[in-house]
Design a protein around this ligand. Structure first.
Ligand SMILES: *[C@@H]1O[C@H](CO)[C@@H](O)[C@H](O)[C@H]1NC(C)=O
Ligand SMILES: *[C@@H]1O[C@H](CO)[C@@H](O)[C@H](O)[C@H]1NC(C)=O
Ligand SMILES: *[C@@H]1O[C@H](CO)[C@@H](O)[C@H](O)[C@H]1NC(C)=O
Ligand SMILES: *[C@@H]1O[C@H](CO)[C@@H](O)[C@H](O)[C@H]1NC(C)=O
Ligand SMILES: *[C@@H]1O[C@H](CO)[C@@H](O)[C@H](O)[C@H]1NC(C)=O
Ligand SMILES: *[C@@H]1O[C@H](CO)[C@@H](O)[C@H](O)[C@H]1NC(C)=O
Ligand SMILES: *[C@@H]1O[C@H](CO)[C@@H](O)[C@H](O)[C@H]1NC(C)=O
Ligand SMILES: *[C@@H]1O[C@H](CO)[C@@H](O)[C@H](O)[C@H]1NC(C)=O
Length: 487
């Protein structure tokens, strides 16, 4: 039995006859380097899974997922010990959930105490119902942050409670202002096995203060994220709500094995740069069953900025985005770039639902970025009232400093989009590569955009090559070259 068959029985890609997804390929690489071992490994895995199910089901948060009846992310997160040995409430550390008292010290005390159990069975911090104001605090390994129903963590309205930390090496400076950047409200640095979950409690950044500083140009340092995980792995974010982030909401950067599932992200539709989830120079990230409504992309995949991103050379790869839905009036459902200088490859987007948005699928790059975008597969997309359903074009042409390389152009090859339905669409797609580096290998099949007025029905294509089959409105000549090979 082959690895991918084994995997299918375990449920990862059940009943799916497509070519192996990144998930399957990684499984094969990691565990079945020697094919003759596959039967042994399969039997062992099955046995372990059954044992695990029996032992863990009563209290496991995987109760609905460990037996994956449908495609699932669960293989991306491997708990070391899901049952954390030590469980404590924030109240035990002096926390007061009255919506006014600062709990910054309480959270830091709690985590300083609990991290000592990292290698002794792990720990779990419970945040009960209440409104818990706090400045930024750092998370730890083998740790669960558990938000009860009605628990709300509120971001401090005091900017110094979001201290300035150093810029990311792949950006060279803060994304919005030179120099350092404000730390995220919840921050994880080099953590391993972290879970943020509970009964759909929320983390509210109360970002208005930061948006206003952005609008009135008094912002001195780049705004902080609501949750940033830096150089971390084995992460699960599950059944929680994120509100009003000052900047990009969830930012896993230099991470591996990240699952974000059943997460709701909300911000006012005009709140600037409140992206939902931005996997950045990270691999094996699975985003599943999430709802995002905000002032920027629902999900934007990135990998560093110009010469800094190129130097770091850390791609985003093996990313799965499944059953994502939401709206963003000025931005896109799934965006790739514009920061992509470390490269982006092997991305699967399936079952995307976007409405009342500027774009459905957006690829953004600029001269100076370098890097590459490769092997992107997008399928089963529904769009309603979207202005430009598929848009590949330049970004805002912003650069970290004057030392960016004018010759560094991104290489874009193989973007496959299929089974897309759009209603009340404003314009036909716009596909524009940069001169000197066209977008190659665009394959479009079974796509229909309805409701486009005749004067907007022409596709805009430039420096793009590929093919199409069964696409409406009829695409530009560049994509009409070889119908038969477009499968
Ligand atoms: C986390 O738990 C694992 C397994 O028990 C252990 O090997 C590791 O050292 C722990 N990590 C930390 C930072 O304590
Ligand atoms: C949290 O982690 C960051 C590293 O990313 C560090 O700069 C900061 O000082 C830490 N904060 C605390 C309170 O330990
Ligand atoms: C998620 O949160 C909701 C709301 O409290 C709760 O009803 C549900 O049981 C939670 N799901 C899991 C799997 O814990
Ligand atoms: C969690 O709460 C949000 C915001 O109230 C809600 O929209 C979402 O449906 C809830 N999710 C679950 C799983 O209960
Ligand atoms: C800009 O907005 C911030 C945050 O609301 C506010 O504190 C500050 O007074 C404003 N500055 C000006 C010049 O409007
Ligand atoms: C794209 O996928 C193909 C086939 O799965 C693989 O051979 C190739 O190396 C991938 N390219 C990149 C840049 O990952
Ligand atoms: C074309 O796409 C639609 C919408 O996703 C889907 O229902 C249909 O099955 C697809 N047709 C084929 C032949 O794949
Ligand atoms: C024809 O289609 C193939 C496969 O999609 C593609 O690689 C090739 O570039 C296309 N040829 C032209 C002239 O566009």
């Amino acid at each position: 039995m082959s690895g991918s068959q084994a995997l299918r029985i375990l449920g990862c890609m059940e009943g799916d006859q497509r070519k192996p997804s990144p998930c399957e390929r990684m499984w094969i690489w990691n565990t079945i380097t020697n094919p003759s071992c596959s039967i042994v490994i399969f039997t062992l895995t099955l046995a372990l899974t059954i044992v695990y199910m029996y032992l863990k089901i009563p209290s496991s948060i995987w109760i609905h997922n460990i037996v994956p009846a449908k495609k699932t992310c669960s293989l991306f997160y491997n708990p070391k010990n899901l049952e954390r040995k030590v469980v404590a409430s924030i109240k035990e550390f002096g926390g007061v959930g009255d919506g006014e008292t600062s709990n910054t010290q309480a959270f830091q005390r709690a985590i300083d105490h609990l991290k000592r159990f990292g290698d002794r069975g792990g720990s779990k911090l419970i945040v009960p119902k209440g409104r818990w104001v706090t400045g930024s605090f750092n998370l730890t390994s083998n740790f669960t942050l558990y938000l009860e129903q009605g628990a709300v963590i509120l971001g401090s309205q005091e900017p110094t409670e979001w201290p300035v930390i150093e810029a990311l090496p792949s950006y060279g400076r803060g994304r919005e202002r030179s120099g350092g950047r404000h730390i995220s409200l919840l921050h994880g640095y080099k953590v391993n096995d972290l879970v943020i979950t509970g009964r759909n409690g929320s983390i509210d950044g109360r970002g208005r203060m930061w948006w206003e500083m952005w609008w009135n140009r008094t912002l001195q340092h780049t705004r902080g994220h609501l949750l940033e995980l830096l150089d971390s792995d084995n992460i699960l974010i599950y059944n929680v709500t994120f509100l009003n982030s000052p900047f990009w909401t969830i930012h896993p950067v230099y991470c591996r094995d990240v699952v974000i599932k059943d997460v709701t992200i909300l911000a006012p539709l005009h709140a600037p740069n409140t992206d939902g989830i931005d996997p950045d120079s990270s691999s094996r990230v699975c985003i599943e069953d999430c709802y995002v409504e905000s002032g920027d992309d629902l999900v934007a995949i990135k990998s560093g900025w110009d010469q800094y991103g190129t130097k770091m050379g850390r791609p985003s790869s093996d990313i799965i985005i499944r059953r994502l839905s939401g709206t963003t009036p000025t931005c896109s459902g799934v965006g790739i770039g514009s920061e992509m200088s470390g490269g982006i490859h092997d991305v699967i987007v399936e079952d995307l639902h976007v409405w009342d948005s500027a774009a459905g699928i957006r690829v953004k790059t600029d001269r100076g970025r370098g890097g590459y975008i490769a092997n992107i597969t997008i399928t089963h997309v529904v769009m309603e009232r979207v202005k430009i359903p598929i848009r590949f074009s330049r970004g805002s042409d912003d650069h970290p400093d004057d030392n960016w390389d004018r010759k560094a152009v991104p290489v874009i090859n193989v973007i496959v989009i299929s089974n897309v339905v759009g209603v009340d669409i404003k314009r036909a797609p716009l596909l524009r590569g940069l001169q000197g580096t066209g977008i190659k290998g665009v394959r479009l099949t079974n796509i229909s955009f309805k409701g486009i007025a005749p004067q907007y029905a022409n596709w805009h294509c430039q420096y793009v090559a590929g093919c199409s089959r069964n696409v409406f409105p009829p695409p530009c000549l560049q994509l009409k070259n070889n119908l038969s090979s477009c499968t």
